[in-house]
Design a protein around this ligand. Structure first.
Ligand SMILES: Nc1ncnc2c1ncn2[C@@H]1O[C@H](COP(=O)(O)OP(=O)(O)OP(=O)(O)O)[C@@H](O)[C@H]1O
Length: 257
């Protein structure tokens, strides 16, 4: 599998008032791989996610998709980039319009993403099949879905435009542990089938351990360490990473007792 950088951020700083939320943060998502961004609440993870989706302007630095700086793109390039970089949100039920069926939500997305209208039905059914849901779900409303089903619909919607990168912002943290595992497995399988690259924002080192090839540890807007997940989890160099690992071991012991 190739390891070219497909999506990366360079020297990103974000200041809110007198608070520096991100201080000179760089990251690299390698093609077909998963980068985890992990840190406690307030460390700057969501701010980094929003900047990488071009939803929030950084004070300094830029994010590059296939070598192009997203904050220097023309409107046409931005539309093209949005086809290829998709968000998987934290709360899928909030992200789906409660007044629309799954079919209507998928059509709205496919229209926005310029999928040819004559292909909508096939793409919708195929996208649902990819997340292990049958075509009967097209008629469902969000209120009729479980959290795990709603998240799989959100993933189906995102992949309907054949993206290259999924930005997953705490994508499983609102789900029960067993449902989390199902959704993570769907993402792993899609990654292999579609060659997706994942930018995985999470507070949970267990998720990082399970999903991520690379990890970047954020503390208070600073990168405290980054690199190969196995090496960092087995040999953390920074005291903050060791604290997160201690919390992770505690959570596992609690779950097992
Ligand atoms: N729009 C904003 N205006 C002012 N401060 C903000 C804004 N957005 C984020 N912040 C601040 O920036 C810091 C980083 O916030 P951010 O939401 O990125 O952290 P996080 O790691 O994603 O936390 P959580 O896991 O709780 O979502 C926090 O101190 C937060 O209060």
């Amino acid at each position: 599998m190739s390891s070219n950088p497909i999506f990366y951020g360079s020297h990103i700083t974000k200041i809110f008032g007198d608070h520096t939320a991100l201080d000179d943060v760089s990251f690299t998502v390698r093609q077909g791989m998963t980068l985890g961004v992990v840190g406690e609440s307030g460390s700057g993870k969501s701010t980094l996610g929003k900047i990488s989706l071009r939803l929030l302007h950084p004070n300094n630095g830029d994010v590059y998709f296939q070598g192009y700086p997203i904050w220097g793109m023309t409107p046409t390039q931005i539309r093209e980039m949005r086809l290829h970089v998709q968000l998987i949100p934290q709360d899928p039920k909030n992200a789906l319009n409660p007044a629309k069926t799954v079919w209507q939500s998928l059509c709205f997305h496919m229209a926005a993403q310029k999928v040819e209208r004559r292909r909508w039905r096939d793409v919708a059914v195929d996208s649902l099949a990819k997340v292990a849901l049958g075509p009967e779900y097209l008629e469902a409303f969000p209120t009729e879905l479980s959290g795990g089903q709603a998240q799989r619909i959100a993933i189906a919607r995102a992949i309907s435009s054949r993206p290259d990168v999924l930005v997953c912002d705490e994508a499983v943290s609102s789900l029960d542990k067993s449902v989390q595992a199902q959704v993570l497995n769907v993402l792993c399988r899609l990654q292999q089938e579609m060659g997706l690259s994942l930018f995985f924002i999470t507070h949970d080192l267990n998720v990082v351990d399970y999903m991520c090839d690379d990890v970047l540890v954020l503390n208070n807007g600073h990168v405290v360490e980054s690199g190969n997940t196995r090496e960092i989890l087995d040999h953390p160099q920074d005291a903050y990473t060791r604290e997160l690992l201690t919390a992770k071991e505690g959570a596992i012991r609690e779950a097992e007792s």
